[in-house]
Design a protein around this ligand. Structure first.
Ligand code: FE
Ligand code: MN
Length: 332
């Protein structure tokens, strides 16, 4: 019988009949969201970036910090999926999704190459920020630390301790990296877009946000399924450890936001981002069946509008339709 972990007697190539419909739904949502960064014109951004007094020092710092974090975080996520998660997750429906996600992470990595090229940024500066900027390094170190034990060639998911270790690390990749560490950056870059600045980069962040929403949904469903199939791992002690890890993620994200916005710009300040990150932290906890830790209100309701828009008629629809047409034409 198919099960998510330790199904050694199940053939990883036998995807049908499908047991985990949700994994297939996330795969299809990913495919329907197809995009590439080169479709988004950068001319306005290039002019604004290079114009004297086009952007103030604080705005430039905020943009650079976010490019610095995201440029390396995307390949870090891709490496985690391919090198550690894929090996242990032998379920074919999940592997099908992981292959799609790995491709999307490649598109995201490509996006930051495209931004650096168009804006004429110094690649050494951008790609060394994850080493040179302490608030970025702290986030990356936290996630890299989570790969260590499961990258051990002798690691298996057999036994309660190992399953807990694996779930703990999945929370690190999916809930913390993609569900928390990206969100202060999304709020900052999308609020810049709302004030009509750096609209090309902003639109690219919007597309990435839409993809990350699906990655997070897959990761949360995966965690919930493993827990459901192995309820013995979900002890009070383990739940407390997972909650602490998520709270540590929120803390690191708040420190990062303070560093990005030391003085506050565009009606955004680090205090509001703190509230936002606590609200996001609560939503992530609840999504995997844990109790809220903060009870903060959402100070940026427009962010949820952007996320929730994906299901309805929205700014992406034209592009998605175009893709479908292209697909149909290709078949003729
Ligand atoms: Fe990504
Ligand atoms: Mn992702």
């Amino acid at each position: 019988m198919k099960q998510m972990l330790n199904a050694s007697e199940v053939d990883p190539n036998k995807i049908l009949p499908i047991k985990y419909e949700w994994a297939r739904t996330h795969y299809k949502n990913g495919v329907n969201n197809n995009w590439v960064p080169e479709e988004i014109p950068m001319q306005q951004d290039i002019e604004l970036w290079k114009k004297k007094d086009g952007l103030n020092e604080d705005e430039k710092r905020m943009i650079m910090w976010n490019l610095g974090f995201f440029s390396t975080a995307e390949s870090l996520t891709a490496n985690n999926i391919v090198l550690s998660i894929y090996r242990h997750l032998t379920n074919p429906e999940s592997r099908q999704y992981l292959l799609r996600q790995a491709y999307e992470e490649a598109v995201h990595t490509e996006t930051f190459i495209y931004c650096c090229d168009s804006l004429g940024l110094d690649p050494d500066e951008v790609y060394n920020m994850y080493v040179n900027i302490p608030s970025i390094k702290a986030k990356d170190d936290y996630v890299v630390d989570l790969t260590k034990s499961i990258l051990d060639p002798n690691f298996t998911t057999v036994g309660i301790d190992n399953m807990q270790r694996f779930v703990y690390d999945l929370v690190g990749y999916y809930v913390i990296m993609e569900g928390i560490f990206f969100y202060a950056g999304f709020a900052m870059m999308l609020s810049l877009l709302r004030s009509n600045k750096m609209v090309g980069v902003g639109e690219q962040f919007q597309y990435i946000l839409r993809d990350e929403t699906v990655h997070l949904a897959f990761g949360s469903d995966l965690i919930n399924t493993i827990v459901q199939e192995n309820p013995e791992i979900w002890t009070d002690k383990f739940k407390a450890e997972v909650t602490d890890s998520i709270k540590k993620g929120v803390e690191l994200e708040v420190m990062y936001a303070k560093d990005c916005l030391p003085r506050g710009i565009m009606g955004l300040n680090a205090e509001m981002i703190k509230e936002y990150m606590q609200y996001i932290g609560d939503r992530r906890l609840e999504r995997i069946g844990l109790a809220k830790a903060y009870g903060s209100e959402n100070p940026f309701p427009w962010m949820s509008e952007i996320v929730d828009l994906k299901k309805e008629k929205n700014f992406f629809e034209t592009r998605v339709t175009e893709y479908k047409h292209r697909g149909e034409l290709a078949w003729d």
